[in-house]
Every structure is written in C-alpha cells, then in structure tokens.
Design a protein around this ligand. Structure first.
Ligand code: 5AD
Length: 366
C-alpha cells in the first residue's frame, strides 16, 4: 500500500500493524506529511471545532530522585538549582491562574520524596475545595497504586506520565537500570483503572529512536487508548549525558502529532513547550497538525528559570500564563480560539463512567 493509503487506513480503522507504522514513519515524504497534517487538522475540527484548551502548568518541585539521561533535573545534575513551592505558593498560582481564566491546573514536578502522599493529599484537597469547577492534573511520576489511590480520592482528575518509549531496549538506553519500562507501563494502566483521565507520550528524536521504536510507541498508545497524549522534540541539556545529541526536529514532531490525532481522534493533544522552543511558530504549527491543547506556565516567575528540563526552555512570552492575550491573538491568527472550560476529552464528557471506551465517532465521514 502507498503511504497515503496507509494514512487513510490509520484514520479509518484507528490502527496499523507494526510493519505498516514502520513504513509510514520510515518512508513518508514532504507531500505525505502535509497530507497527514491536513487530515489531522480536519479531524481536530470535526471533534473539537476551533477550540483550543489551556492548562495552567505549575512546576512545583525541581527535586528528583531519578537519573534519566536526557533530563536536566536528573539527580546527578549538581549544577541544577533546586526549589520547592509551598502549599501557599501553589494556591497563589492557582488563584492567579483562575483570575486569568484557567480551569485546569497541572501540578508537575520531579519525583520528590518531600511531597509524601499525605502532603499531596492535603494540597489536592485544598485546590479542589477552593476550585471545585476546575480540573486538577498531576504529573509527578511513578508511584505505588496506594499512592495514586490517595491522589484520586483526594480529588485529582487527571494524570500525565509519558511512557517515554515503548521499546524495551530503547527505554534502557534512556534510563538507568533501576527504572523499568514494565513498571512505567503498569503505572499507566493503574492510573486508568483508578479512573484518572490519563496521558502518556514520548519525546521525538530521543537518542536511539528509530521507526521501529516509534512503531512500538504508536502500538502501545493504541492499546492504552489514553485521554491525553504528550509529545515534543527531545532537546539536549548541557549538563546531561546527552548534551551532544541532536535535537528532535519540528517536521518529525508535526508528523507524529498528526498520526496521533488520526489514530486517537478524541485525544487531548498539547502543542508542547518543547515544540515552541525549537521553532518560534511551533505551537501554531502543532495546532495546524492536530494539537488542541496549550499549557502556559503558571509557576512563580522567580522559579521559572530553574525547572530546566532542557536548554533554552521557554517560560516567557506566549508561554507565560500572564500573557494569555498574546496567545489568544496567535491562535486567532490561525482560525482558533482559546476556551476556558475545563476541557475534558470528548468521549469522557459523553460517558464519564466508561473509562476505556473506544471512541464511537464515525471515522469515515470526513
Ligand atoms: N527534551 C525534551 N523533553 C524532555 N523531557 C525531559 N527531558 C527532556 C529533554 N531533554 C520531557 C520528558 C518528561 C517530560 C516532563 O519532559 O518526556 O516526561
């Protein structure tokens, strides 16, 4: 089958075989890339209209017990400046965000033992009792089922945990021995089971990534059927073992965003900060390839420079929550509008009790 037919098949049937994914990823050209991106954009419009959802990202701790080779806040990076926000700081961020119109807060941080399940429970309950109309997303890494349960019962609605790569050997290239791909995938399944709207994802162009490892990623995501998917280019950080590795590219990221939209039509798909970092119009191009979420930074300005996952990470301009007007204009310029409801996934809104529902939309009506 030619590449365009495979792209059509992905959209029509919601999946491809590993071999077919490899072929699409390895053999596409400029024209088929554009074809996929245009189709993905139409699918986004069909499901979500011209709405773009915003999430206020609060990076509340830069301490991390893990030592992932790609990440600037890995524990071995002694050059990283570490900080933790207090509960009061976090609530202040939410207050500011609420006034700006945010109705989803994302608490993201390294795996920091300081924030025990009890401390997190208290923070989650405070946020949810002050802002019952808001969704709360956590992104704090791998925990035990009991801990996830505490978060969920305290009121957290969503959880982001990128699987990073679904290929075992590739996972081992990116992480030290104590981290395992099975555990990470188990965490994702547990999160789904507990009723979190769950997000997985990977970096584009991470060292060792190939069409085969990417085919595994798409295969895994198809099986997991997450409500959210986060992908962005790998960007080298100067104080990590991958300092010399080339960054992921814009073109690859846009193509994989498009494939994700085609495979999971209802997925909430951010145009990430990393995408905005490698190209000045990265976010717009992401949206024009099927993305429908943007996550501006709501952290206190004083710590923004310290949550450095990779070099040159943006935290000002349209990336900053306080510059929502600029972001609105930029989205209007491409025919989209920022909306401020909590923006649950379309399928979730239809049926919040059926956690693993396969999307019911008519795939072949475009
Ligand atoms: N480049 C791009 N993304 C990175 N992340 C971590 N380090 C980097 C990097 N160097 C991503 C990981 C992680 C998320 C919070 O940030 O995918 O899951």
């Amino acid at each position: 089958m030619d590449i365009k037919s495979l792209i059509d098949k992905l959209y029509r049937t919601g999946g491809l075989s590993r071999e077919e994914f490899c072929e699409v990823i390895g053999k596409r050209d400029r024209e088929t890339e554009q074809y996929a991106r245009d189709l993905a954009c139409r699918v986004r419009e069909k499901i979500y209209g011209n709405n773009i959802y915003i999430r206020g990202l609060i990076e509340f701790t830069s301490y991390c017990r893990n030592d992932c080779y790609y990440c600037g806040i890995r524990r071995s990076n002694h050059a990283a400046e570490r900080y933790r926000l207090t509960e009061e700081d976090i609530l202040n961020c939410c207050a500011q965000g609420y006034d700006l119109g945010f109705r989803t807060f994302v608490l993201q941080g390294g795996e920091d033992g300081f924030f025990t399940p009890e401390k997190m429970e208290k923070i989650i309950k405070s946020i949810k009792s002050r802002y019952p109309d808001c969704a709360l997303t956590l992104s704090v890494g791998e925990k035990e089922e009991g801990t996830y349960r505490i978060y969920r019962e305290a009121g957290a609605d969503r959880y982001l945990l990128r699987h990073e790569t679904a290929d075992e050997a590739h996972y081992r290239m990116l992480h030290p021995e104590e981290l395992s791909p099975e555990h990470r995938k188990d965490c994702l399944r547990t999160l789904k089971k507990l009723g979190f709207q769950t997000g997985a994802g990977f970096m584009v162009g991470s060292p060792g990534q190939t069409p085969e490892t990417l085919a595994e990623d798409f295969f895994f995501l198809r099986e997991l059927n997450p409500e959210m998917a986060g992908i962005g280019p790998f960007i080298a950080h100067k104080d990590t073992p991958f300092r010399q590795r080339p960054d992921g590219t814009l073109k690859d990221t846009l193509f994989y965003l498009a494939l994700l939209r085609l495979m999971l039509p209802e997925v909430l798909l951010p145009a990430t900060t990393a995408l905005g970092t490698i190209h000045p119009q990265g976010r717009e191009l992401g949206v024009l390839s099927g993305a429908n979420v943007i996550m501006p930074n709501l952290s206190p300005v004083s710590v923004r420079g310290k949550y450095m996952l990779y070099d040159r990470k943006l935290s000002s301009g349209a990336e900053a929550a306080e510059n929502l007007e600029e972001l609105k204009h930029r989205m209007e310029n491409i025919g989209c509008r920022i909306v401020t409801d909590r923006g649950d996934a379309a399928g979730w809104r239809r049926n919040p009790d059926k956690k693993s529902e396969v999307p019911e939309i008519q795939r072949n009506t475009i």
